[in-house]
Structures are given as C-alpha cells and as structure tokens.
Design a protein around this ligand. Structure first.
Ligand code: MN
Length: 288
C-alpha cells in the first residue's frame, strides 16, 4: 500500500476572471515533485449564478508548456482558442487542452446556461509536459461523457475512466506521460481498490461527501496526498461521495512557472512572454 503523506485543504476561494470562484487544492509551488506530473488544481464552486445576459468567464489569455484539463460536474462552459478549436462542455464532459508551444484562448459560462442561471461546479487541472514536448503543436481533445467508460463498482457506485486504466477499462484521454484520472461516484458500502503503481503520484480529492483512506477520513474539498513509493490505495465510502483520483509518472525536470507559462528555464519564460506579445502564439478571431 502507498503511504499517506497528508490531508490537505485548499486555500480560501478567489475569483478567476468573473466566472470561476475557485479554491486551489494543490500547486507545484507547495508540493513540488510529490504531485508531478500535475502542476495545480482549481476547484470552482459549487456556486449558484443567477440568470444573466452577459456570460461570465475569463477573456483572452495565453498558455505555454503544459495542458489544461477541465472537468465539468454541474453547469456548462464554452471555450475557443487561437488554434481554431471551439467547444461547449457540460456535466460529465472533459476538455483536455494541450497548450504545448502556445495557444491563446478564452473560457466562459455557456450562453444558454448564462441566461438560465444555475449551479456551476468544475475542476481545472494543469498537467505538466516533458521538456521534449513543451514546444510541440497544440492539441485539443473534447471528451464527452458518452465516450468515457463507466465501470460499475459492484452496485456501490461507478468509476468513470477519463485517463489511464481501471479494471480493464481504458480512458479516452491521450496523454504525453502515463496518467490516471478516475471520476468516482460512490454510494454507501463502496470499497474501491486503485492500482496506483510504484513511482506514480497519487491524489485522492473529495468533492462531495467523505471517504476513508489509509485509516483517515477525507472530507469535502480536501485532498489526500500519497507517497510515490508503494503500490495501491483503497478508498471506502459510508455514504454518497464524489471523488477524483489522479496519478501519474514523475516528470523529473526543473519547473519554472510564470503565470500562464510553465517551462524549464527562466530564458524559456522570457521567450514565452515575447512570443505571446508578438503574436507567435496566435490570436483569437474577433468575436461575432
Ligand atoms: Mn486558460
């Protein structure tokens, strides 16, 4: 079994743009290689938005050197980027955007959701890329709920396999390094054994309810962080719980981050700023 390092609760909420009231549940600044290949996770909501005319969100901004992964639990989002990708995602959908050499994008509440109002709950996860892939072309995977295998947990819930493998089911996300991402919806009596290989980071994030793992209780918006050594974790639920399990291989390279850029050296950060300013990461078409 993997050893539990600790249970971490996110910092106080802050706004990303005017659309996303988030709690940062972990960051590489705080946990370094322990959470690699993940860099950061923001948990937005659940927050109720009244009906409105103007979509809330984050306007045009760049990314380089990593991937942004958006998982929607409630509400609907809209996105478009300088590589020409556009998408709308709703509950159960995942947008896996590889910024790599650079994209400029914007992220908003979806139009109809804005007019209707309602609860928004989502996650944005930042996934690092190996140095050799940081300058590869951008890529965009829109993974709809219907494409994500749903593994029945012996009648005590389901595991949606977004990335990696669980009980023989393979997640649709294409990743640069080995990554596991499981969306668990648990009911009373659930006992889930997760492979969590030796050398992989393992993070158990509880969004709703509470679970027991490694002899400890993990409550809402809390994160259990496991050691890379050892193999396997077990998650048990005594009632309804929503849990995100993340894991992956270490990217054993320096991380130099500045805002929306995550590279390996200061020089590469300077280059990223210059490339963004000079339009080499592309531009958004003016909105209609
Ligand atoms: Mn972004």
């Amino acid at each position: 079994m993997k050893k539990l390092i600790g249970i971490h609760r996110g910092a106080e909420a802050h706004w990303v743009g005017d659309g996303f009231p988030v709690r940062t549940l972990f960051s590489h600044q705080e946990f370094g290689p322990t959470v690699s290949p993940f860099l950061m996770l923001d948990y937005a909501g659940p927050a109720e938005f009244p009906p409105a005319e103007q979509p809330r969100g984050v306007g045009e901004h760049p990314h380089r050197g990593f991937e942004t992964v958006t998982i929607v639990y409630q509400g609907e989002l809209e996105h478009r980027d300088s590589a020409g990708n556009r998408g709308k995602i709703g509950p159960g959908d995942v947008q896996w955007m590889t910024a790599a050499s650079g994209v400029v994008h914007e992220e908003w509440h979806e139009q109809a959701f804005t007019r209707r109002g309602g609860v928004l709950e989502m996650i944005q996860l930042w996934v690092n890329l190996p140095a050799k892939d940081k300058m590869s072309p951008p890529r965009y995977q829109e993974i709809l709920a219907a494409q994500i295998p749903n593994v029945d947990l012996d009648g005590t819930g389901t595991a949606r396999v977004i990335a990696g493998e669980f009980r023989g089911a393979k997640g649709p996300a294409r990743t640069f390094t080995p990554i596991t991402a499981l969306d668990l919806r648990l009911q009373a009596g659930a006992r889930v054994e997760i492979d969590a290989p030796e050398g992989h980071s393992t993070l158990v994030l509880v969004l709703k309810g509470q679970v027991a793992t490694a002899g400890r209780t993990v409550g809402e918006a809390a994160l259990a962080i496991f050691d890379r050594g050892g193999e396997g974790v077990v998650v048990e639920a005594a009632g309804d719980a929503t849990v995100l399990v993340l894991g992956g291989e270490l990217i054993d390279e320096p991380v130099v981050a500045y805002g929306p850029f995550v590279m390996n050296t200061q020089e590469e950060i300077r280059q990223a700023m210059q490339d963004y300013r000079s339009g080499r990461m592309g531009r958004l078409e003016p909105s209609a």
